[in-house]
Design a protein around this ligand. Structure first.
Ligand code: GLU
Ligand code: MG
Length: 339
């Protein structure tokens, strides 16, 4: 507000208060990193993951890495992804609110640089209903707020996930249907969140599996490095989400899992088959179902300012009204026009 007091409907205030509550209750802090995929138009066709695509995007790629370095974002990898014209940029983890701040700025930097090179960059979840999706995967780890010691990893526990980490994961899984309305909040978002798309095929936790909602990422084999690298990757996010709402909701959900002592979820192995995963709860089929799940989840709605929640739901339903008559191809294009 103009007098300097935080505005209760501000998404960044929501993220900040989630972080503060997390540290106050657990003595821990959350480190996070948002991993973005996007597409550049007007490039020659090239093979997935190919050196040729790296080359075709030059000097954009090198300049992007330099720009992120200059701005202190700590770029880690820049790579051609699987989908047509698709790239991925990852930046180093940092404290949760700063990570979300960087997610906001990163998109503007990418778009601006692409424009200067005569390209248009889009982060939309899908450009066409049958194509590859652009995800925003949110990597989360926990560390002691005083000593900085990582606490998500415990090599004596199944899949190396500490007991505390399992409760955190349980909170996210239990409230995932509601949270998905905040992390994947567009009419085309849920077309991406289906099996066989390497995005999220259902609400489950797994080692390395790219269809898990929460994925335990690979680390160096042992020791301190593994503990520092160990993280949970939330894969049901996209760039149409507000990063502060997304991270705030994930932190609140993890905290709730810890304070309410949620039972440990199953950790599926990487090679779990479709039959194994048959009983796994699905994400909402579409945005209307996700909005309904959000409204009905008394735990999640309690975290959100009433006006903010009402405004969010009203805006999303107005967007749905405006896109109701579009076929899926036109719907994906409309969302891509904006994002
Ligand atoms: N493009 C996939 C998505 O929509 C992710 C691929 C990957 O695992 O990096 O989330
Ligand atoms: Mg990727």
């Amino acid at each position: 507000m103009l007098d300097g007091t935080p505005w209760s409907s501000c998404p960044r205030v929501f993220a900040r208060s989630a972080v503060e509550a997390f540290t106050a209750e657990t003595g821990l802090e959350v480190a996070a990193s948002f991993e973005h995929e996007f597409m550049l138009d007007d490039l020659p066709t090239s093979a997935p993951f190919s050196w040729q695509r790296f080359r075709d995007a030059e000097p954009f790629g090198s300049e992007l890495v330099e720009l992120l370095q200059l701005n202190g974002f700590g770029p880690e990898t820049w790579l051609p992804e699987y989908g047509e014209d698709q790239f991925e940029i990852t930046i180093e983890p940092t404290t949760a609110v700063l990570a979300a701040d960087r997610a906001v700025l990163l998109k503007e930097l990418v778009r601006d640089l692409a424009r200067r090179h005569g390209h248009r960059a889009t982060f939309a979840p899908l450009l066409d209903p049958d194509g590859s999706g652009n995800g925003v995967h949110i990597h989360l780890s926990l560390r002691d707020a005083t000593t900085g010691e990582p606490v998500l990893h415990d090599p004596s526990q199944p899949s190396g996930l500490s007991e505390l980490g399992r409760k955190f994961a349980a909170g996210v899984l239990t409230h995932a249907r509601a949270i998905s309305a905040l992390t994947a909040p567009s009419a085309s978002s849920f077309l991406r969140l289906l099996p066989h798309r390497w995005s999220t095929g259902g609400i489950f936790l797994a080692e390395r599996n790219r269809e898990a909602l929460l994925r335990i990422c690979p680390t160096a084999p042992d020791g301190d490095t593994a503990a520092r690298q160990y993280n949970l990757e939330f894969r049901a996010g996209d760039a149409t989400a507000n990063p502060w709402l997304a991270i705030g909701a994930l932190i609140r959900a993890g905290l709730h899992g810890i304070t309410e002592d949620y039972p440990a979820p199953t950790i599926w192995p990487e090679d779990a088959s479709e039959e194994d995963l048959e009983g796994v709860e699905p994400l909402p089929r579409d945005l209307p179902e996700a909005l309904e799940a959000l409204e009905k989840d008394d735990v999640v709605t309690r975290w959100l300012d009433r006006d903010m929640l009402a405004t969010f739901l009203a805006i999303k339903r107005a967007e749905l009204d405006q896109t109701r008559d579009l076929d899926l191809a036109a719907l994906c294009r409309r969302i891509a026009d904006v994002h």
